[in-house]
Write a new protein. Structure first.
Ligand code: UDP
Length: 520
């Protein structure tokens, strides 16, 4: 780096959802790791979120990366939230989630006054803060959008907006094709979010998010070009977005400590987790996790447990927060083990066949262990890209958000997954129910993990192909972030573009330093 040239000041403003917050922290760390190019990354967030992610940031600082936090207060009290409740991971009910969402809207004024006093070259903010586009434009700062998803789901949304194929079918279960996309993709109306089928408050909010995106300078995407080439091109060419594919950002977690202490404290220690995995044959374990939000109901948990037990394959099952009906939440103290079939957990423990993690799992550590050979997930984008990076074929089980779109990506575009057969989009606060029965769980697990379907041996060439393709994508993912790889080159191009913008605009270099942990 030219020692005279001031550092490029990139500010990151993450959202309050785990699936947005976690990759944006990694994103900031990725940019800061390009320190030889003169980059300084500042994460603007609320005090509790800064505390949550202090350890990885501290380790990066010790490596000499210029990265730190600036905090703005979160109006928890004003919205009746407990002190320290500053992200979705710390909510315990749908009502708290609504209040958290409202409180996050109130960050607008504190953010603007903070940015007015600060010099920066660009603001990377979450898509779900549409108002950051207005603030950035008022202050003459280029805003870059990030939302933790790939391009694919945005292309699906665009096709739905442009051609409205879902309005041309007569029933929710009729299949329709999405026009204009690089691949043949089909959906059913039952798989679409309610805010797409009928206009509601969220539709209006997401329209604002889209307007905010259109007013922004560009977008950074946690994906790599080789993974979704056709959609990256579509996003640029057809939708006119300036984008940089810079992922997988989770690859900035290079060693075990980074994979273990990625932010949220895990419910199992490194030794217990790794020694259990070390005792298993290569590629024999199925990892099951449905992301950071509560998605599984007690009744569905029972079906999964019976299905796993019948399938006879080793597994790690992460049971996070449970989705309960109001009647069930009156018994919220009921222990999770009481919700599982009687004796299930003891049988799994004694036979060492299943490891159940209640709470938060060190996902990257598990996915990248050689004993893991398959991944059942809810098709959150981070889960998909982390599974791709680990070279794992998947069982797809979407529930909400854009997960049904992502499922199509796994099944039809990169072709590394088998669907569990979930076809109905469920709002987060929907009444608990069972959508997949135990026999289906057993059959799909048997098929992906080998050993036939329902105990009958089958020679499944498709699964063999999936495993091969998954490994090839993993190699491409790792190559993308290495020097000269597509994502690393895109980051270099981003830095170069913003440096030259600054020179041409004759902007003053930033004067403040991001606070080190403990400065606030
Ligand atoms: N995650 C984790 N441990 C858990 C559950 C989730 O580390 O026990 C992480 C996972 O690695 C991913 C994120 O949480 O980075 C979940 O994001 P995703 O987009 O897959 O799903 P969301 O929770 O947003 O639906």
């Amino acid at each position: 780096m030219d020692s005279e040239s001031p550092k490029l000041q990139i500010f990151f403003f993450p959202y309050i959802l785990g699936g947005h917050l976690i990759p944006m922290i990694d994103l900031a760390r990725v940019f800061a790791s390009h320190h030889s190019h003169g980059v300084k990354a500042t994460i603007v967030t609320t005090p509790q979120n800064a505390l949550l992610f202090r350890k990885p940031i501290l380790r990066d600082q010790q490596l000499g990366h210029d990265i730190g936090f600036q905090t703005i207060d979160f109006p928890a009290e004003e919205f009746g939230l407990p002190d320290g409740c500053e992200n979705e991971l710390s909510t315990t009910s749908g009502d708290m989630f609504d209040r958290l969402f409202m409180a996050a809207m109130k960050l607008q004024d504190p953010l603007e006054s903070f940015l007015r006093k600060t010099r920066l070259d660009c603001l990377v903010s979450d898509r779900l803060y549409p108002w950051t586009a207005g603030i950035a434009n008022r202050l003459g700062i280029p805003r870059i959008v990030f939302d933790g998803t790939g391009c694919f789901s945005h292309c699906i949304e665009e096709s739905l907006r442009r051609y409205k194929p879902h309005e041309k079918v007569v029933s929710d279960t009729e299949t329709f094709a999405l026009p204009g996309l690089p691949d043949e993709i089909e959906l059913k109306r039952s798989m679409l979010p309610d805010y797409v089928k009928n206009e509601n408050g969220l539709t209006l909010f997401l329209n604002e998010a889209l307007e905010g995106e259109l007013k922004s300078y560009g977008a950074v995407v946690n994906s790599f070009y080789e993974l979704e080439q056709g959609y990256a091109d579509y996003f640029k060419r057809e939708m006119g977005r300036k984008t940089w594919h810079i992922g997988p950002v989770s690859l900035c977690n290079r060693n075990n400590i980074d994979k273990l202490e990625r932010g949220i404290e895990t419910s199992i220690d490194e030794h217990s987790c790794l020694s259990w995995l070390d005792s298993k044959e290569p590629s024999s374990v199925l990892y099951i996790s449905f992301g950071s939000m509560p998605r599984i109901t007690p009744a569905q948990m029972v079906e999964i447990a019976y299905g796993l037990e019948a399938s006879d394959h080793p597994f790690i099952w992460v049971i996070g927060r449970i989705l309960r009906s109001s009647r069930e939440s009156k018994q919220a103290d009921q222990r999770v083990e009481d919700l599982l079939p009687k004796g299930f957990e003891e049988r799994m423990r004694e036979s060492k066949r299943g490891l159940i993690i209640r709470g938060w799992a060190p996902q990257l550590l598990i996915l990248e262990h050689q004993a893991v050979g398959g991944y059942m997930n809810h098709c959150g984008w981070n889960s998909i890209i982390e599974g791709v990076t680990a070279g794992l074929p998947m069982i797809t089980w979407p529930f909400a958000s854009e997960q049904f779109y992502n499922e199509k990506f796994v099944i039809n575009v990169i072709k590394i997954g088998i669907s569990i057969g979930s076809e109905e989009w469920v709002p987060l606060k929907a009444q608990p129910r069972v959508t997949v029965k135990r026999d289906k769980v057993r059959d799909v697990v048997d098929r992906l993990m080998g050993g036939g379907v329902g105990g009958e041996e089958v020679d499944d060439d498709l699964v063999v192909e999936m495993r091969k393709r998954a490994k090839e994508f993993a190699a491409k993912a790792k190559k993308a972030v290495e020097k000269g790889g597509s994502s690393a080159t895109n980051i270099d191009a981003f830095i170069k573009e913003f440096k030259s913008r600054r020179e041409n605009n004759c902007l003053q270099p930033a004067s403040g330093r991001a606070s080190k942990i403990g400065d606030y």
